[in-house]
Structures are given as structure tokens and as C-alpha cells.
Design a binder for this molecule. Structure first.
Ligand code: SF4
Ligand code: SF4
Length: 316
């Protein structure tokens, strides 16, 4: 059994945070439908019988290749494998599986032409749902092979932190805006995981110069309507996978904006790294290179009186 580290962050307390900004106010029919579908049709499929006849692979590398091929066939745009360490588990939680298969799925640039917007909000939920289908189907295939596994849904109450696992699995580097930047998908994708006891070969983190690029680019900081993106790295926040001090978003500034303006996403869509590559429509839809930003005045920061992860109070 792997227990969370004493330094692990607590799982985000969504209800308390929403209470601190006056409740959930975003009302979009399609968003509510996706949430309902996830609760009604996906949660009941998280578990299943494990085949008692276990398939043996010649090596962990062969097992990993098989699983990655499966994940891509099922709809993942990126997949990698990482060992689970105590720091990858939320405070107070534990897991029994030592490996995480991290999967990512792109969000469509055509839905982020105007941001924040109902269309971009719906696209976030659409991909939570479709990526949820990928992790559920992948878990079913792993059980058929005779190995126990657990679904860590992209939007569910997950035991593990998808972001550090994805960094270890080679997805990209941590950007100033706090999200992973993938070399070709940029920051416009979502993450989920399946954790398993199947012996797998793990991937390596990458150093493509992305974190270094962030040290000179400040586009996300300039455009953030809530002034939540930092100028400097925070030594108090610990290191990223390359040993850099992390950039830490001021969550108390970001959340009130995110929660009241269509889940914002401004920092993602203005991200400059390899923008020409990832900010285009791969199916030929006519899109603009830069989104139309419709930013409002930010509400007051909120810092609910609950146990929460550490974040800097920017300019407060
Ligand atoms: S989601 Fe919006 S408010 Fe939050 S950090 Fe990004 S740009 Fe700022
Ligand atoms: S906008 Fe620039 S500074 Fe911000 S995450 Fe992207 S590359 Fe880094």
C-alpha cells in the first residue's frame, strides 16, 4: 500500500470553494448534461471483475507497449506510464497500485475562439466525458488481461494527482500558468489515469526547454483577468520534475473568476509556447490564430476557511 506523503496537498474542496463565492452560478444545459452522464453512466462502470487467468507479458516494456497501443486505439491522444510515489497521492488517501497509466485528450481549438465562453466551458466537459470513456474502457481491458486496476477519472474524486504523474510520464513541462504544456498539444488537453498492479516499464520526464521558455514569456500573466499568475517562481512551492522552483497560481484570485465566468481558460488559450502548432484546427475548420478574449472585471479574491493547498497571495 502506498500512503500519501506528509507534504501531499489535500484534494481540492470544491463545495467549500464554491460556497466562498456564493455557490455554483454557471448554468449551461450541456455542461449539466455531461456532469449527469458522468455521474449516472460512468461512475457505475469504474469497477469490474478481474479475469483470474492472468496474461503474462515477456517484459514490462512489452506490457507497456501493449497498454499504450490499447489506450490510443480507445481514443487517447497521449499516453505515458509513471511510478506512483507518496507525493502523487492526495493527503489522507492511499492506493494499492504502484503504476499509473496517464492518458490525455485534446480539446478542440475551434471551441476556444472566444474565451471565456459557454462553448469553451462545454468543450471542457465534453472532453472530461470522452476521456472518462477512455479510462473506463482501458480499465476494463486491463482487468480482462487479469490485472487489478482503478479508474482515476479526469473530473472524479481522484486519489492521485494527474499533473505530477503526467510530468513523470513525459507529457511535457509545467508552465507559468500552472498547467502542463505538451510539445505539440500545448496546454489544451485534459488528463485522466488508470492505476494498476500490472508490471509496466515507465517513461521519463522530458526537458524540451518549455519551462525555460516560460521564464521569459509572460503572456498568461499579462492576460489573466484575476492577476493570479505569478511573475516569479515560488521556492516555498517545491520543485517541478526538472528541479526548478514551481510557479504557483494564486488560487484565491483565480477561483472566483473561473467559477463565475465559464471556467475561464484564458491562460491556456493565450499560451505562446509552440502556439502556431497547437492553436490550429487539425480537421481543417477555419479558426483564428489568437482567440477573442472577452474578459470581465475580476471578483474579489476568496480564501475559504478550509484546509487547502499552499498558494501565494499575490498583491494582497
Ligand atoms: S483560469 Fe483565468 S483566472 Fe485562473 S489563472 Fe487562468 S487566466 Fe487567470
Ligand atoms: S503563456 Fe508563456 S509564460 Fe505562460 S505558460 Fe505559456 S509559454 Fe509559459
Amino acid at each position: 500500500m502506498i500512503q500519501a506523503s506528509t507534504h501531499s496537498p489535500i484534494a481540492f474542496q470544491w463545495d467549500s470553494w464554491y460556497e466562498s463565492v456564493g455557490g455554483r452560478t454557471i448554468q449551461i444545459k450541456e455542461v449539466d448534461e455531461y456532469l449527469q452522464h458522468i455521474r449516472d453512466f460512468q461512475y457505475p462502470r469504474f469497477t469490474g471483475e478481474v479475469n483470474p487467468e492472468q496474461i503474462q507479458f515477456a517484459s514490462p516494456e512489452e506490457a507497456s507497449n501493449h497498454i499504450k497501443h490499447l489506450a490510443r486505439t480507445l481514443g487517447a491522444d497521449e499516453v505515458g506510464v509513471a511510478c506512483i510515489e507518496p507525493s502523487d497521492i492526495y493527503k489522507g488517501r492511499h492506493v494499492t497500485e504502484p503504476f499509473a497509466i496517464v492518458v490525455g485528450q485534446k480539446m478542440l481549438w475551434r471551441e476556444f475562439q472566444q474565451v471565456p465562453n459557454e462553448r469553451s466551458a462545454i468543450e471542457c466537459l465534453r472532453v472530461y466525458f470522452t476521456l472518462g470513456e477512455v479510462v473506463i474502457a482501458l480499465a476494463q481491458e486491463i482487468r480482462k488481461l487479469g490485472y487489478a486496476c482503478t479508474v482515476e477519472h479526469p473530473i472524479g474524486d481522484s486519489d492521485v494527482l494527474h499533473v505530477p504523474l503526467a510530468l513523470k510520464a513525459g507529457f511535457g513541462e509545467l508552465g507559468r500558468h500552472g498547467s502542463i504544456i505538451h510539445p505539440t498539444m500545448g496546454p489544451l488537453f485534459r488528463l485522466g489515469s488508470v492505476i494498476t498492479n500490472m508490471p509496466l516499464a515507465t517513461d521519463r520526464p522530458i526537458d524540451a526547454g518549455i519551462a525555460k521558455f516560460c521564464d521569459t514569456c509572460k503572456a498568461c500573466r499579462i492576460y489573466c483577468p484575476a492577476d493570479a499568475v505569478p511573475d516569479e517562481r515560488s521556492p516555498e512551492a517545491g520543485k517541478d520534475h526538472l528541479g526548478n522552483d514551481r510557479y504557483m497560481i494564486d488560487t484565491g484570485r483565480c477561483f472566483p473568476y473561473f467559477a463565475t465566468d465559464n471556467y475561464c481558460s484564458a491562460c491556456l488559450v493565450v499560451c505562446v509556447y509552440n502556439h502556431k502548432e497547437w492553436a490550429r484546427d487539425f480537421e481543417g475548420f477555419k479558426t483564428s490564430l489568437f482567440p477573442d478574449l472577452q474578459l470581465k472585471t475580476s471578483p474579489h479574491p476568496a480564501d475559504p476557511e478550509v484546509e487547502k493547498h499552499w498558494y501565494p497571495l499575490r498583491k494582497r
